[in-house]
Write a protein that binds this ligand. Structure first.
Ligand SMILES: [Fe+2]
Length: 382
């Protein structure tokens, strides 16, 4: 409640700022200015409005896809226009300073600048929202793992994270992701969390295509924070019925001929808040065979140093969504131990942070930050 109150206050402040900065100076009638401000207000309060109309969770209301998408577009426009308005106003301040110093002449073209900001914001919003909700491309990585046995040379490992099935990311998208992943013929599929937003009774059909994933060495997962918000017990039961084996503070030893590979998983740290297990890497690796590479799924990247210390060879994470867009990505990295997307060396451990395979419906925007189905081809380190 406190969160939604503070978020509402901030949203109102943003709408007032944008109205003053880009709507008011436009050379359009007052009726159009009022209409633009009302649209921004609808975007600002979409979560509250959607919950009143559709019920369900605050960030996962039960409404038709088109309604959720319309709300998402308005909210995305609000955020993109905010960043562009700040840039425009910085230029305006610079112009004023030059004017006072006698360097610039004439008036700042406020109407034209506001029109340009609004037009650019609309274009970036449409593009960024499309980028967020389309079927992702495949990103292929050749991965050298120290200690990998000959039998695992060339094995393919698919990574799908942050699927966030919701009233926005519905069954057709999840199904397309599953089909695209199966077409890669992975030997192992790993799903380190944030499968869903919404209760099992509402979203079960949207996530069900996961039951069609195929991989001879198994489909393994672990929880993300959103599983706890969405009814952890119901979702973990469904996932195991669909063939996704959850590794929460435990590991399995995969075999191929005489070769072995350890796959381990940690539950998300939100588990402890909801009365479930907290992540414990020592427990997860207890009894794991020595001299066998350990691949660890941990939804968040921030505890990478501790996991490296515990003897993990490769950590696979998500959660950051790659920061969604420039500027915001700096803030996201600060809250995630400095990690955002891509490869990191943490001591002797490799860390890969996926930008996510889909996107959270609370802010579905991607600019210069595409989603991906990740495919890693394992190689022996030379
Ligand atoms: Fe997450």
């Amino acid at each position: 409640m406190a969160f939604s109150f503070v978020a509402s206050l901030v949203s109102v402040a943003i709408v007032f700022y944008e109205t003053a900065s880009i709507i008011f100076p436009l050379k359009i009638s007052v009726y159009w200015k009022i209409a633009c401000t009302v649209l921004l207000l609808l975007g600002a309060f979409k979560n509250i409005l959607f919950q009143i109309i559709g019920g369900g969770m605050f960030f996962a209301p039960n409404l038709p896809h088109g309604v959720i998408l319309a709300g998402a577009l308005l909210y995305n426009l609000l955020i993109v226009a905010l960043l562009l308005s700040v840039v425009k106003d910085a230029v305006w301040l610079f112009w004023k300073a030059c004017h006072l110093l006698g360097v610039c002449r004439g008036d700042f073209p406020a109407g034209k600048a506001s029109g340009a900001v609004l037009a650019l914001a609309v274009i970036l919003t449409l593009y960024g929202t499309w980028e967020a909700i389309r079927v992702p491309d495949v990103a292929i990585h050749d991965l050298s793992l120290p200690g990998l046995s000959e039998e695992f040379e060339g094995k393919k490992m698919a990574l799908l994270v942050d699927l966030h099935a919701s009233s926005l990311n519905r069954r057709p998208l999840i199904q397309a992701i599953v089909e695209k992943t199966n077409a890669l013929s992975p030997d192992i599929v790993l799903l380190p969390g944030d499968f869903v937003d919404g209760l099992a009774r509402d979203r079960k059909d949207d996530l069900e295509p996961l039951s069609r994933l195929r991989a001879p060495l198994g489909i393994w997962g672990t929880s993300g924070n959103h599983e706890y918000y969405s009814g952890y017990a119901d979702w973990t039961k469904l996932l195991s019925e669909w063939g996704v084996a959850l590794l929460e503070n435990r590991h399995v030893v995969l075999s191929s001929g005489s070769g072995k590979l350890v796959i381990a998983g940690l539950p998300d740290q939100q588990g402890a808040r909801f009365g479930f297990a907290a992540p414990d890497v020592k427990e997860a690796l207890r009894g794991a065979p020595a001299d066998v590479p350990v691949i660890l799924m941990a939804h968040r990247p921030e505890d990478a140093a501790e996991n490296a210390e515990a003897g993990v060879t490769l950590q696979l994470s998500g959660h950051t969504h790659g920061g969604m867009m420039p500027v915001l990505d700096k803030i996201v990295a600060r809250f995630n131990g400095g990690y955002l997307r891509g490869w990191y060396d943490v001591g002797t451990m490799k860390l890969y942070v996926s930008p996510g395979t889909s996107l959270w419906n609370g802010f579905p925007l991607r600019l210069l930050n595409p989603a991906e189905i990740t495919l890693m081809i394992l190689h022996r380190a030379r």
